[in-house]
Ligand binder design. Structure first.
Ligand SMILES: Nc1ncnc2c1ncn2[C@@H]1O[C@H](COP(=O)(O)OP(=O)(O)OP(=O)(O)O)[C@@H](O)[C@H]1O
Ligand SMILES: [Mg+2]
Length: 363
């Protein structure tokens, strides 16, 4: 090991031991919480909120090895795409990560919720898609969260579906612009973006196709209501087509249950059905229906800044932690597998070498 490697290893082990003692402290606090049974749902909810607060407040999330780009899509309207985009983005940013939201919906709801100026004429994703503008010229920083940026959508975007039809490389324009922007940041020595979340309109038109070509992962919010799974097969078919023709990396990595109301049988049934079909992709954390979540956008805020201790805010923070942690665990497992395979290969080479030496000596 050279000097740099030694100091990196030292600082890593210091960080790990700091994290371990911090984890112990949090675990001890959680253990001290009074036990609640299912007969007292309100008390159980308060205990769950306390557990989440103790576990997550101030926690630094794992940085992915490369920028993760997630497209948040579901052609069904009002299922919580925008709410999920902005609140997961805020959760990841609070966990110390650098996050970019691309508002790719003419309704501009994500821009509103992040307190980002998006009056007509503001440099926006429309300029990127239709006018070939540099994405950097459209990016704004979120006023409440310094490491969260947004490319806003203005009403101009409502004409883009039609204007894009006649343009060259109409499906890949957003991807090229984003890839250039991410590379420019690195060249300029600006901090790397860890997560990009692209919010989509409730349709499968060219705006959503651009978002699918840009993303490497798809995150599907599913509202725990009747009709929840209707249209899902059409969405999955579209994703398969994009994967086959335009973006081989694209896959559904994450499903998030939204507006979950555990008191109703229907919500329980929908959740159970989704978990049965998409067990691996579905986050353990479900987002409850919560008034604070729906109020936050009218204050130009995410629920994480509007009411950080509310059940909805803590659920989104936990979902953000799960999103980053699952990926980190998978990375670590792949690393261990690769490391294991490399070690096996090294041992095989060594044995072959020894065998050759013995053979030669015997000859
Ligand atoms: N967990 C929640 N609790 C209460 N209300 C919620 C929750 N999640 C979303 N909502 C509300 O439901 C409505 C639809 O949510 P949202 O705008 O995020 O859906 P969407 O899928 O982005 O809609 P669209 O298809 O129009 O883009 C909004 O009024 C939002 O405030
Ligand atoms: Mg929306």
């Amino acid at each position: 090991m050279n000097g740099d490697q030694v100091s990196e290893a030292n600082s890593r082990s210091e960080r790990v031991s700091r994290e371990t003692s911090e984890d112990w402290r949090r675990a001890a606090l959680i253990k001290a919480l009074p036990a609640m049974d299912a007969d007292t749902p309100l008390a159980a909810q308060l205990a769950e909120d306390s557990r989440r607060r103790i576990t997550l407040r101030g926690r630094q999330f794992e940085r992915p090895a490369t920028t993760r780009i997630l497209t948040v899509a579901n052609q069904k309207g009002g299922v919580g795409k925008t709410t999920t985009t902005v609140n997961l983005a805020a959760g990841l940013a609070q966990g110390g990560l650098n996050v970019l939201v691309i508002d790719n919906d003419p309704q501009g709801n994500a821009s509103t919720a992040l307190g980002i100026d998006h009056r007509s004429g503001t440099p926006s994703v429309y300029d990127v898609l239709v006018e070939d503008a540099d994405m950097a010229s459209t990016v704004q920083v979120c006023p409440d969260i310094p490491n969260l940026w947004c490319v806003p959508a203005t009403i101009d975007l409502s004409g883009a579906e039609i204007e894009l039809v006649s343009l060259v490389s109409r499906e890949t324009r957003l991807r090229r612009a984003l890839d250039t922007y991410l590379a420019q940041r690195v060249e300029r020595g600006e901090p790397r973006i860890d997560y990009v979340l692209v919010d989509c309109p409730p349709s499968l038109g060219l705006l959503t196709v651009n978002a699918f070509v840009t993303g490497r992962e798809v995150l599907i919010p599913i509202q725990c209501e009747y009709y929840a799974l209707e249209g899902l097969s059409q969405l999955l078919k579209t994703i398969q087509m994009i994967q086959a023709h335009l973006n081989p990396e694209l896959h559904v990595s994450t499903i998030l249950l939204t507006m979950f109301d555990g008191r109703t049988n229907l919500a329980q049934q929908v959740a159970a059905e989704v978990r049965e079909h998409f067990g691996e992709q579905t986050l353990r954390t479900a987002i409850p229906r919560s008034v604070r979540v729906s109020e936050a956008p009218s204050h130009g805020q995410t629920v994480l800044t509007y009411d950080p201790n509310s059940t909805g805010a803590l659920a989104y923070l936990e979902a953000a932690n799960e999103l980053s942690q699952r990926h980190a665990d998978r990375d670590a497992a792949a690393h261990a597998r690769d490391g294991g395979a490399a070690e096996q290969e090294r041992q095989d080479d060594h044995h072959q070498h020894e065998q050759r030496t013995i053979d030669e000596e015997q000859r």
